[in-house]
Write a protein that binds this ligand. Structure first.
Ligand SMILES: Nc1ncnc2c1ncn2[C@@H]1O[C@H](COP(=O)(O)OP(=O)(O)O)[C@@H](O)[C@H]1O
Ligand SMILES: [Mg+2]
Length: 324
């Protein structure tokens, strides 16, 4: 396994108390595989990724438990200097907002080239040539000229391509893309997602694709991990999950996606809001919003039950849910 996260816990000390932003998360990604991490805003997707990448702000954040096994080593036990060497070269991250992730005062050529100068000891001339190649690879028109431009001179979609190029420059084994297309127009979203999927195949890298948009993941992901209130509530191969969700939250998410075969039907967005992390409900944290909730759900926290087919569900009633 390329990456295995086990029972990861992250807390934030706030004025009003301790927020358990990540509360025992586990997931795994193999080489060449795409894992989609899905969930509403605030469910802990980004904080989990930041802990995996080693870029969590501590304080206010604190990792209070778990393991992050990457290529067999527990990253949480490494020195910061070792983690820095892994970051960028062996694992890289793509962020939602390229404009704030890229350096505004450096040309994109200098930023791309720097990867090769710093990590590969290349000359500036060779690094520049590699930067142009990369820009061509992510299909930026007139790359040889545009390599001298600054980030703000590109459209949002082109900037996102540049960030993908930066992330993939050193051919990392693992890429984490955190809502990589959320800020883009719908048509541009699809192009950028296609490019990412194509490069993922070509480089055989593991990809963690974080999104709140179930519509984005169907075509590109192998597995899905659904997060709610800092936990994984369902994990399954993507097609099995679409066909028959094993958790009412997943069902709610599926019902809120417009689908051609359901045209005319009203969209069923899940009622209510995700819990405040300072006041997560007892029992199953989803129970106040759950149409299937019973007494046991208000008192007993469900473990991640094993569901046939290599799946998992944190619902006491996963069998009933699977039957639909
Ligand atoms: N710097 C911070 N200080 C306090 N709480 C934070 C901080 N960063 C994130 N959180 C909390 O952690 C939880 C998970 O956040 P996040 O991982 O960003 O959610 P997602 O990416 O799923 O939208 C949220 O409830 C958020 O309020
Ligand atoms: Mg996020």
């Amino acid at each position: 396994m390329l990456l295995e996260v086990r029972d990861l816990r992250v807390e934030f000390q706030t004025r009003d108390g301790v927020a358990r932003a990540v509360d025992g998360v586990g997931y795994a990604v193999d080489a060449g595989e795409t894992l989609a991490v899905l969930g509403e805003s605030g469910s802990g997707k980004s904080v989990t990724a930041q802990a995996v990448m080693g870029i969590l702000d501590t304080p206010p954040g604190r990792i209070t438990g778990g393991r992050v096994l990457f290529q067999g080593r527990d990253l949480l036990t490494l020195k910061e200097s070792e983690r820095r060497r892994i970051r960028g070269a062996a694992m890289a991250m793509i962020f939602q907002d390229a404009l704030s992730a890229l350096n505004p005062v450096l040309t994109v050529g200098d930023q791309l080239g720097e990867m090769f100068v710093v990590h590969r000891g290349m000359s500036h001339r060779d690094a520049r040539a590699r930067a142009v190649e990369l820009m061509e690879r992510v299909r930026i028109p007139a790359a040889a000229q545009r390599v001298r431009d600054y980030p703000h001179q590109f459209s949002g979609g082109m900037r996102q391509r540049i960030m993908i190029a930066m992330a993939l420059a050193l051919r990392p084994a693992l890429v984490i893309a955190d809502e990589p297309t959320t800020a883009l127009d719908v048509t541009v979203q699809a192009q950028v997602m296609d490019l990412l999927a194509e490069l993922r195949r070509e480089y055989r890298m593991g990809l963690i694709l974080i999104t709140h948009d179930l519509g984005v993941v169907a075509d590109v992901a192998d597995r899905i991990a659904v997060m709610y209130a800092g936990r994984i509530v369902e994990s399954a191969p993507v097609h099995d999950l679409y066909r028959a969700p094993a958790h009412p939250y997943t069902r709610g998410l599926l019902d809120s996606v417009p689908r051609l075969d359901r045209r005319g039907r009203e969209l069923n967005a899940i009622k209510g809001l995700p819990p405040n992390p300072l006041r997560v409900p007892p029992g199953c944290s989803f129970h106040p919003r759950c149409p299937m909730a019973q007494d046991v759900c208000r008192t007993d926290e469900p473990p991640l039950y094993e569901v046939p087919g290599g799946r998992g569900s944190a619902c006491h009633f996963w069998r009933e849910c699977l039957r639909g």
